[in-house]
Ligand binder design. Structure first.
Ligand SMILES: [Zn+2]
Ligand SMILES: [Zn+2]
Length: 151
């Protein structure tokens, strides 16, 4: 379970500075919001809704602009999920993870970044095949909630 401490917010804020970006209040808010939400994976509309719950004056265009800029700075990354929706997550070298994507409800669950190491070793060993595993590999399936309610 990833820890959502203020130190992680600070690490990411540092990364914005190191990458040459300015740390504006709206950028900080977006970072805090992504870290504060359950699984750290939000679509832009979900993020806008969450920001407006805190500050009703927050403009939709501001959220899109911040996401675009943070993507340029490699602080956040877009992850395309199979339903066609795009979720945003934070890139963090100390927190590499893969995604378990529910094909039914679209829920994204983080799983540890070493999960596929053994699989990659075996495909290489047995087939000479280099598996394309990166920090945001997505595996498709059915989440615990949907499995429990499946007839
Ligand atoms: Zn992710
Ligand atoms: Zn599901």
């Amino acid at each position: 379970v990833p820890t959502v401490g203020s130190s992680r917010v600070d690490d990411i804020i540092d990364k914005i500075r190191v990458s040459g970006g300015r740390v504006t209040q709206s950028r900080r808010m977006v970072v805090e919001m992504i870290l504060g939400q359950g699984d750290h994976h939000l679509t832009a509309p979900e993020l806008i809704e969450a920001m407006r719950a805190v500050d009703p004056e927050f403009h939709e265009s501001t959220v899109y602009r911040v996401l675009e800029r943070l993507t340029d700075l490699h602080v956040v990354e877009q992850v395309q999920v199979h339903s066609g929706a795009t979720v945003f997550h934070l890139t963090d070298a100390t927190h590499i993870h893969h995604h378990l994507l529910c094909a039914e409800c679209g829920a994204v669950t983080e799983t540890k970044g070493t999960l596929l190491d053994e699989v990659a070793a075996q495909t290489l060993d047995q087939h000479g095949f280099v598996l394309n595993v990166n920090s945001s590999t997505t595996l498709l399936g059915r989440c615990a909630t949907c499995s429990a309610t499946a007839g």
